[in-house]
Write a protein that binds this ligand. Sequence first.
Ligand code: AMP
Ligand code: ZN
Length: 468
Amino acid sequence: MELKFYNSLTRQTEPFHSLKPDTVGMYTCGPTVYNFAHIGNFRAYIFEDFLRRTLEFAGYKVKQVMNLTDVDDKTIRGSQAAGVPLQDYTKPYIEAFFADLKALNIEPAEVYPAATQHIPEMKHLIEALFEKGIAYKSDDGSVYFSVERFPAYGRLAHLDRSALRSGVRISNDEYEKESFGDFALWKGWDEKDGDVVWDAPWGRGRPGWHLECSAMSMKYLGESFDLHTGGIDNLFPHHENEIAQAEAVTGKPFVHTWMHCAHLQVNGQKMSKSLGNFFTLRDLLGKGYTGREIRYVLLSGHYRQPLNFTFDALTAARSALARIDGCTDALRLRAKETGADDGVRVPSTLEAFGAALADDLNASEAFAALYAFVRSANAALTAGLSPAGAREALEVFAKMDRVLGFIDFGRSAEAEIPAEVQALADARAKARAEKNWAESDRLRDELARMGWQVRDSREGQTLRPVAQ
Ligand code: AMP
Ligand code: ZN
């Protein structure tokens, strides 16, 4: 299976080959843990999960590293406003982030390095940049990276370098820099930072944001690695600066393939904290939507196209998932029956599914292959698919779900059913057998009020908690 990805560095869709056989090193820029992540952020993390799972589907072993930015202006300000030490302030947001990843069935990365735990690695990079004459100290005690002294600067963003030289900007927060495009590697201590400070030979302070990703990615993935991802807003200046810091020190190509997802939007604008047009995952869970439904919506568009967030899309996801559940429930019931294997199989669409993934993660084509399979499986069930055929069809679904992560396989249908719920369901089955439709509908509504959905098929009724 040859994968092709759009590489932001070359602006081309290219065949993907890992640097080492069979394993992929992948770095994904993670959350700043000063608040709950919003579902715009999760669009990026879901795209990265889709990429990771596609690589695994293609047979690679993936080592993914996702950083936690636990020191920056926002975390420091937040901790001061709350009157607690920085790490006490960020801890609950880190925990919430991991809970959210789980709710969205995002596969965990292998390493989640926190910036505050990697200050020595960052200081080493600064030392090396001083030695190479690329870092310089400014009059406020900060250390800057000189873009003039690194001629390759601007490759990722395809910048016109002359724009970087247009003089020196001095504002409240920015002291004298040699060039407009220079960025901080180290921020000299400022009263506003309180006790969030580290000693360094060039003066007390704290690291710049860009530096943490160069230092931590190289620590865990080596000086050159395969993939680096983030939302499109990370491309410049963050990723450009990461390349500059790393390559200026090592002299080696930092990352082979850069991939960026377009934004989740609300009414044509980026979903963001600053615009206030955001929902956190817990906002949506609180409204009764499920992690599966949200995952489905965030996966459903091509990652390089903006995706508009609407509640209608969540409702559509609910019915799409119900259709898939209906099919897999019926297959599971059929698979348990006894009967001869007549050799009839649901024609697999796995090949089309894999080809869609390989084509720069074409989600809509992959979803189309999934639905083609659902249609054929339903038709085969009606035509009398054998238990062996049903088991094979479930295996195809399982393979697709390695990547999609939203197919249920009756996990929730097999959830523990409280005795009173089971009693109502049994009464409903009896009412149906007696063709007492009014009573069976009444019992169905009562079960729904208790949070259980009943589904009927030729094989009987299944129960499933609504909230999963
Ligand atoms: P931040 O915490 O702002 O650094 O963002 C964490 C990740 O979420 C980064 O990869 C951002 O590019 C990404 N991101 C932020 N807002 C959105 C959005 N509306 N849509 C997609 N990705 C986003
Ligand atoms: Zn980063």
